[in-house]
Design a protein around this ligand. Structure first.
Ligand SMILES: [Zn+2]
Length: 407
């Protein structure tokens, strides 16, 4: 079975980029020891032998390497930081979108495109989509995020401007289309829905069928560390993406994907970086050859409203507290969107009466994902003392986090 997204013939002319990144990573004092004995990356086999980068490793590397773009600005973006300050990823102006545009053309000069990815807060997707629209030569409405009571007015404006395309994270798109459907509003000109940042949700299809029956989905897959790795079209399954020629994707025995950049302009030294996503390569139903099918996450980073929540870090922090014997994170979803996050506590005789409320304030103050995701509804994050944690019906095991669908 193929375990790389590229053939040796396609990858090896660009493999010097991986060799250069190995050389850079070996200069990082905290990471150097793991690369002992790995000096040359000349083949795909050499890449598969290099130890993977996980979680904070890239951040450690970037803090030491301080990369700078060859031309233009060096942009700093946050990449799913959960505890304390956000983790930081780097990108040059342009955000590597020329490679995406070469393979993927959802927009053309006649499109009127609404960019609904949130701008600011060191989020990358809004600017990445703007760079892509620039290459596409379409008309752009840079909207960013708006509040619920503004939806109807904006949708009227979209129709006035004959908006043909809209882009955002799946949970934001879901809010727009659910609102339109609930209020009987249609978007007759809308043809294209661009998405990135979360997996697609079939609930959006249902709303689209009612609100904009001519609209079809166009997806990008990536992370702030790797940037865009692959794209898909309306003819591809929603979980399958065609990888870019400068992105070398590999999966190991456990189906965990790792990503290696072969793009010489990439500022993040991405060499076998594991995002926690599992996947495999399949023949895509669209007929355009092999695609990367995403099988979901295999680690403890859970997406909460577009941000990565590092569940294990939270559990570790809470369980260090006197009086807490065990903790568990309960994530409740409503129609594909995280509605609440609860930290459940089993306590012992050392627990003080104010323990839960004190921990709630501490976590809200120190956890970037929680403070940002719940800034408009802080009560949706709670810490609760319980009599028992939730165990898996089948195995009886109690894991660090449970996701419950309340739709
Ligand atoms: Zn396809």
């Amino acid at each position: 079975m193929t375990t790389f997204s590229l053939s040796p013939e396609a990858a090896e002319p660009l493999i010097h980029v991986a060799q250069r990144n190995l050389r850079r990573l070996k200069t990082v004092p905290d990471l150097a020891p793991r690369y002992t004995g790995h000096d040359k990356v000349l083949t795909l086999g050499d890449i598969a032998a290099v130890p993977p980068l996980v979680k904070d490793d890239l951040n450690v590397a970037l803090a030491h390497l301080q990369p700078k773009a060859e031309t233009g600005a060096t942009w700093l973006f946050q990449s799913g930081g959960s505890t304390g300050a956000p983790k930081v990823g780097y990108a040059p102006t342009g955000f590597y979108m020329t490679g995406v545009y070469e393979q993927w053309r959802p927009l053309d000069r006649d499109d009127v495109f609404v960019n609904c990815w949130g701008a600011g807060r060191m989020w990358g997707a809004h600017f990445l989509a703007a760079a892509f629209a620039d290459l596409s030569g379409c008309q752009v409405i840079a909207l960013g995020s708006v509040t619920k009571d503004e939806y109807s007015d904006w949708i009227s404006f979209f129709n006035l401007r004959k908006v043909t395309a809209i882009g955002g994270t799946t949970s934001v798109l879901r809010l727009w289309f659910a609102h339109a459907r609930a209020n009987g509003i249609e978007l007759p000109s809308l043809r294209k829905v661009l998405w990135l940042g979360e997996s697609w949700h079939s609930a959006v299809d249902e709303d689209l069928a009612a609100v904009a029956p001519n609209a079809r989905r166009w997806g990008m897959f990536g992370s702030t560390e790797t940037w865009v790795v692959g794209t898909n079209t309306p003819d591809c399954p929603m979980d399958t993406f065609h990888t870019l020629p400068a992105q070398l994707v590999h999966f190991g025995d456990d189906e965990l994907l790792d990503f290696t950049t072969l793009n010489p302009d990439m500022l993040n030294p991405v060499l076998r970086y594991q995002t926690g996503d599992a996947g495999q390569f399949v023949e895509c139903a669209c007929g355009r050859g092999m695609g990367m099918k995403i099988l979901g996450r295999r680690d403890s980073v859970v997406q909460v409203r577009g941000l990565g929540l590092h569940v294990d870090d939270i559990i570790a922090q809470v369980e260090r507290e006197p009086g807490v014997s065990r903790a568990q994170v309960l994530i409740t979803e409503l129609r594909g969107r995280v509605s609440t996050v609860d930290v459940l506590l089993l306590t012992d005789q050392n627990a003080t009466p104010d323990l839960a409320e004190r921990l709630r304030k501490e976590l809200q103050g120190s956890t970037f994902t929680i403070s940002t995701a719940f800034q408009h509804d802080p009560d949706s994050f709670q810490v609760k003392v319980v009599d028992s944690l939730i165990s898996n019906d089948r195995t009886g095991k109690t894991s660090n986090f449970v996701v419950r669908d309340q739709s």
